[in-house]
Design a protein around this ligand. Structure first.
Ligand code: TEU
Length: 548
């Protein structure tokens, strides 16, 4: 164990907060969130106690995938503001002890990027080889049958160069050719340029895809991924005090050590095994599966146990691609507040760096899409025909959209009960969740038993108790179907955590390791001063007691 908390890197001690700029706060009435809007709400985040903001992409972009399609890596999207305003955000956040973590989207660019425009105009352009081009098969067929993640073939033909380009996502997101050293040098330069502006780190979009071997058909965690991240580390990251978190839908417990092992190129990884529990093998998110508390806690325990010695976890249940956690794993009806508190308590007391997704701190929920015309996300529209052709029925597809879709996270932030939830004075780019009059920041913050107060208490506990940051993790009662029981720490100091992940009362016999008197750090129901013998937990009750 480390001697003092301050010896640990800042990003282990901090709580993160993800902002999806398009939906966070609009300052100029165009219906789209922007950087001055974020600045105007920094005090909300400072009060919440976050140490850094992961900013979803704010770069110049045609916004076909809301910024995950970048047309200029060194410019700010015009609807969001200017570089000067970005610099001001960095400075104002820093004044509040908050770092800005940029989203690094370098598996692909936008097809509007000048590189791609040049690449698609001539085979002789130096940029042509910045992208992945192949010849089609006879009969006008694409080079392979690979399908894109957002639907349709993963290849698109360009007549001017008589070749097909690869896009693992939409046609507007051509994959960059990481085999080209000049392309890699461009990326390293660009990263340094942002670091020099004072940012605190990078979240790296679908980072395992940069190591692909296209001709071998090996895309996820391709053969070069860790070499490339090692090169990135040597060229850009080494010796700098940055937070780095990779995103990968392929990373497993078997491979995670390659990204974050000692001295791995990255600090932590967003992994998705717990998310995929709610997906079907064939139809993925569009045929939802039930996720029981036992399934969820087993998955979390497996990762916590795997990383407990020399790893570090990125802790999240929500992000901009996922449904609202209280709707997916809690109860967004009568027990909304209680269940959101239970989930937050569980997550923030695990070992790793917790991430709060915008609106989670007030328990924002999914909304109901009655038909496809209620859906904005290009993934849903891109996948529909393919899913129907593969045999899924419309009603099940809509169930998938309503339970697992990406739009739920992207409805405007609910600031107050005024028109458009206080997000904009204009016409919002996306309709706010109709529940905003009763569920908003102003109302929740006014309630001492509200969610904001609970999240703030969790960030403060993290600052006050080194054990929450650095203590070991041990699961207990692993087969209990409803209660997540774990301890943090060792010997003289121990945090005992019990969370009822259901809306029914639960009974358990306190395991030896948790028995004894303790100081209540979290008690969502009755205050407890010790655990012993048989205990009955109220629906969604969460308890954390500190001993020693
Ligand atoms: O997401 C990675 C990704 O593959 C997701 O799109 C996810 O797999 C999909 O929703 C599954 O159905 C990242 C970003 O987080 C996402 O917002 C981007 O759209 C995507 O990459 C492309 O950049």
């Amino acid at each position: 164990m480390t001697a003092t908390l301050s010896d640990l890197p800042w990003w282990k001690r901090a709580t993160g907060y993800q902002i999806y700029p398009r939906s966070f706060m609009d300052s100029d009435g165009d219906g789209v969130g922007d950087i001055p809007g974020i600045v105007s709400r920094l005090d909300h985040l400072a009060d919440l106690g976050v140490g850094f903001i992961w900013l979803s992409p704010v770069y110049a972009s045609p916004q076909r995938d809301n910024g995950y399609d970048i047309s200029d890596y060194r410019a700010i999207h015009s609807e969001y503001g200017t570089l000067d305003e970005f610099d001001r955000l960095v400075a104002e956040a820093r004044d509040r002890g908050i770092g800005i973590v940029m989203d690094l989207v370098v598996n692909h660019s936008s097809s509007d990027h000048a590189w791609f425009q040049a690449a698609a105009a001539s085979r002789d352009a130096p940029e042509h080889d910045y992208y992945v081009w192949r010849q089609g098969r006879p009969g006008g067929l694409p080079p392979t049958d690979r399908q894109a993640i957002f639907g349709g073939p993963a290849w698109t033909y360009v007549g001017a160069v008589d070749a097909w380009y690869l896009h693992l996502f939409s046609p507007g997101q051509p994959d960059l050719n990481w085999d080209n050293p000049a392309l890699r040098a461009e990326i390293w330069d660009m990263m340094r340029w942002w670091i020099d502006r004072g940012i605190a780190g990078f979240r790296m979009d679908v980072i395992d895809l940069i190591g692909k071997d296209v001709d071998a058909g090996h895309f996820d965690e391709g053969p070069h991924v860790w070499d490339r991240l090692d090169e990135m580390h040597a060229q850009v990251l080494a010796g700098r005090d940055l937070l780095t978190v990779g995103e990968s839908w392929a990373v497993s417990r078997e491979t995670v050590g390659n990204y974050i092992g000692k001295p791995g190129p990255l600090a932590m990884m967003f992994h998705f095994d717990h998310v995929k529990l709610g997906w079907d093998d064939t139809f993925h998110k569009f045929r939802p599966r039930e996720v029981t508390p036992l399934m969820l806690k087993r998955e979390i325990i497996a990762w916590q146990t795997h990383l407990r010695d020399d790893g570090w976890d990125a802790l999240f249940l929500s992000n901009h691609d996922l449904p609202r956690q209280v709707s997916r794993y809690g109860d967004d009806g009568a027990d909304r507040v209680a269940s959101a508190k239970a989930l937050a308590t569980m997550l923030h007391l695990l070992r790793g760096t917790p991430f709060i997704y915008q609106g989670e701190e007030i328990g924002m929920t999914n909304f109901h899409a009655a038909s496809l015309s209620d859906v904005a996300d290009l993934e849903v529209h891109g996948q529909y025909d393919g899913m129907m052709a593969a045999g899924l029925d419309h009603a099940t597809f809509m169930d998938g959209v309503n339970l697992n879709g990406r739009d739920h996270a992207r409805t405007p932030m609910q600031w107050d009960a005024s028109a458009s939830a206080g997000f904009t004075d204009g016409v919002p780019w996306m309709t706010p969740n109709p529940n905003y009059p009763g569920l908003n920041v102003a109302r929740d913050r006014a309630d001492p038993d509200g969610l904001f107060a609970h999240y703030r208490a969790l960030t403060q506990l993290r600052r006050a108790h080194p054990l929450i940051v650095e203590g070991g993790f041990q699961a207990h009662l692993e087969d209990h179907p409803a209660v997540f029981a774990f301890t943090r720490g060792h010997r003289e100091k121990r945090l005992s955590v019990l969370v009822n992940l259901t809306g029914q009362p639960q009974s358990l016999t306190v395991p030896d390791a948790m028995c004894g008197a303790g100081k209540p750090l979290v008690c969502t129901h009755d205050t407890r001063h010790g655990l012993q013998g048989d205990v009955r937990l109220a629906p969604w009750e969460a308890v954390a007691l500190l001993r020693g």
